[in-house]
Design a protein. Structure first.
Length: 426
């Protein structure tokens, strides 16, 4: 179960309500007309999951016996899957180890490769376009480093996930590799509930069905007009984006750190656009983990420029009873007030105290409270942030699902390596 609380207020006049209703209508249109396919993933991916589970069972035991699931991808091709793995892996005793080869940093890449054994690993190559330069460069390196034989013995160790008809899918066809496709109308940052996340998470042994169920329940509740808080949050952010251009996500729990990185891509790449009037709009996402980052960023929020809204994520029950010893240390007696309390109590008290201090300073704050970290709550959380992003995009009057600014940099990169490239980058 997830609860949503807000600690800011503003008046919704007739004009505001009209904008909110029009934006909701835009999301209904996007869903019904297939403008973006992520709305359908909680349903469509159930069949995909069954296909993957049957594939795992019927392929000579190679997938059951694997120790490592190595995901080769970057951005939307890895962030969501990595976030789910980070949030859930502490709950499982026999989950497979998930490794992510993302950034072309030669030191990190070399260290990661040296820790992998081909004989107990499955390599999942994920690229929506099928030509992501970082991913393809790392894939080539993996093939060479492990001397992977795609013609014979290692064929089953490589799985491809890409758009249908992409260069990567054609590569898979050439070698008869197992391939799963991403719906063409699902962008990378909205793709975690597609094959991008479903396949590697199922291979690792996670309960993916419950993740999809959680997402579906929230989606249906939203379109049945039972999640009005999404509209209020989106409208407040967009209406005040010049006054509060920065949204800080403060997540209290180490397992949520990778989720905050997924949020950054979703929020930034979707909302940093030019609207129909030629105005540059957007909301800058900043992500932190409490209570660690209270000791670095909180001072800026409290007494720096008043240009930030803050969203807290709190976990009521960490399902871990580790407590602070009831002991007193010489000269450290002033810390004894937390003796015999659990760390669960401590981290949540710090979250509440930080929230209350911000509210007292009239900083716009909202809070998301998970009763615990589990698959259904995570599915709900993913769908909440995706719908919130789409709602904000509709209110901005932008295309939430493209990223033209990113493409410009890609053209420049090509020209740096290919002097014969004639692409116009002006």
């Amino acid at each position: 179960m997830i609860e949503f609380e807000k600690y800011f207020s503003f008046d919704l006049d007739d004009e505001a309500n009209k904008k909110i209703m029009n934006a909701f209508g835009s999301l209904v249109y996007e869903k019904e007309r297939g403008v973006s396919g992520y709305y359908n993933l909680p349903y469509d991916s159930v069949n995909l999951l069954s296909e993957v589970e049957n594939f795992i069972v019927n392929e000579d035991g190679i997938y059951q016996s694997a120790v490592n699931i190595v995901v080769i991808g970057i951005g939307g091709s890895s962030l969501g899957t990595k976030a789910l793995d980070s949030m859930l892996k502490h709950k499982y005793k026999n989950i497979k180890n998930m490794l992510f080869l993302e950034n072309p940093d030669p030191v990190t890449l070399s260290n990661n490769l040296s820790a992998i054994k081909k004989e107990n690993s499955i390599f999942v190559v994920v690229s929506k376009s099928g030509g992501t330069i970082e991913t393809m460069s790392i894939f080539k390196t993996v093939l060479s480093y492990f001397d992977i034989d795609l013609e014979n013995s290692d064929k089953k160790r490589v799985i491809i996930i890409s758009d249908e008809g992409s260069p990567l899918c054609r590569f898979a066809d050439n070698y008869s590799l197992k391939a799963y496709t991403i719906p063409g109308n699902v962008g990378g940052r909205f793709s975690v509930l597609s094959a991008v996340g479903i396949v590697p998470l199922a291979l690792a042994g996670y309960n993916v069905k419950d993740i999809l169920d959680g997402a579906r329940v929230f989606l249906e509740s939203f379109f049945n007009s039972q999640e009005e808080h999404v509209a209020i949050k989106a409208f407040f952010q967009v209406q005040n984006y010049k006054k509060y251009p920065i949204n800080v996500l403060f997540s209290y729990g180490d397992a949520l750190e990778d989720f905050t990185k997924w949020f950054i891509q979703l929020w930034a790449e979707s909302l940093g656009k030019m609207d129909t009037k030629g105005n540059n709009v957007g909301l800058t996402p900043v992500a932190h983990v409490g209570s660690v980052d209270q000791h670095s960023f909180l001072q800026l929020i409290m007494q720096g420029p008043r240009d930030k809204t803050v969203t807290f994520i709190k976990v009521s029950n960490f399902e871990n009873d580790l407590s602070i010893p009831d002991m007193s240390l010489i000269d450290l007696e002033k810390t004894d007030y937390v003796n015999a309390h659990s760390f669960n109590e401590l981290i949540n008290a710090e979250c509440d105290a930080t929230k209350e201090s911000m509210v007292a300073m009239n900083i716009p704050v909202d809070m998301i409270i998970l009763d615990k970290i589990d698959e259904k709550n995570i599915g709900e959380l993913i769908m909440y942030f995706e719908l919130l992003t789409s709602y904000a995009g509709a209110l901005f009057g932008i295309n939430t699902y493209d990223q033209p600014g990113v493409e410009f940099g890609k053209k420049i990169l090509v020209k740096k390596f290919d002097k014969k490239e004639e692409k116009d980058i002006k």
